[in-house]
Design a protein around this ligand. Structure first.
Ligand code: HEM
Ligand code: HEM
Length: 194
């Protein structure tokens, strides 16, 4: 069984982004559950967290493309390998598409001047001016379209990619009892499987 694991940078970015993802989804749901001004607080935190995930994902992709990941577990069946890689690259695509659609959605709203993307009190993240400057009717339809896209993409990551990925990881750990999980959580490495 292979002992190979991801680099420390890849592991830190994996768990940091996974943690932020849980937090931002809970804030998104909270904002959807309430009405009027009660939406403001969760969304004002949701937005800078989303931009942070965008920047961390760009850093992660840059790292991934310049550092060879550990060799894929040779015991995986071809369909397991294809599914795992498809989910991994699906995550990268969606972790870019979600924050970009969110950024574009709030840029296509007059409210951006009242509620900017406040990066934790440090500075305001700029709006996409070509969307903020659209004529009023086009702005509304663009915002609605982007909002639908944002909700749909969020559903894919929450209800499709994450369950497949987590169930896959747990299956390997508890049923196959291989060292797959230790590639991302090194202290879980099983001595008997090495
Ligand atoms: C990885 C990053 C992101 C994730 C996972 C995410 C996820 C979500 C989720 C799950 C919801 C609730 C959807 C629902 O109830 O069906 C939501 C709503 C929302 N998100 Fe995000 N989001 C991200 C980034 C962003 C960014 C960067 C912005 C803006 C800068 C943003 C702005 C919004 C807004 C304004 C809403 C509520 C508005 C509406 O109802 O359409 N999001 N997001
Ligand atoms: C929901 C948030 C998560 C996201 C977005 C995520 C994303 C990813 C991505 C993109 C990779 C591939 C890394 C690469 O090759 O560049 C990966 C690998 C991995 N993840 Fe996650 N992950 C999440 C949560 C989890 C959880 C909760 C677990 C454990 C139960 C887990 C366990 C693993 C393992 C073991 C690998 C290594 C797979 C391998 O290469 O053999 N992940 N993850």
């Amino acid at each position: 069984m292979t002992q190979a694991r991801y680099s420390t940078v890849a592991i830190i970015l994996h768990w940091l982004i996974a943690g932020l993802l849980v937090w931002i989804v809970l804030l998104g749901w909270e904002a959807s559950d309430v009405q009027g001004s009660a939406k403001i607080a969760p969304l004002q935190l949701h937005k800078p967290l989303g931009i942070t995930i965008l920047l961390l994902t760009l850093a992660r992709l840059a790292w991934r493309l310049t550092h060879r990941p550990p060799m894929i577990n040779p015991d995986l069946k071809p369909w397991e390998r294809r599914l795992a890689l498809g989910v991994h690259w699906g995550f990268y695509v969606i972790l870019l598409a979600l924050p970009l659609s969110g950024w574009a959605m709030v840029s296509a709203s007059k409210l951006i001047t009242v509620y900017p993307i406040d990066m934790f009190g440090l500075f305001d993240w700029p709006a996409l001016s070509f969307l903020t400057n659209l004529p009023a009717d086009q702005m509304k339809s663009t915002q609605d379209l982007l909002s639908e896209a944002h909700h749909l993409i969020a559903k894919i990551i929450v209800y499709v990619l994450t369950p497949l990925h987590v169930l896959g990881a747990l299956k390997h750990h508890f049923l196959d009892k291989d060292n797959e999980l230790a590639r991302m959580i090194p202290f879980l490495a099983r001595k008997d499987a090495e």
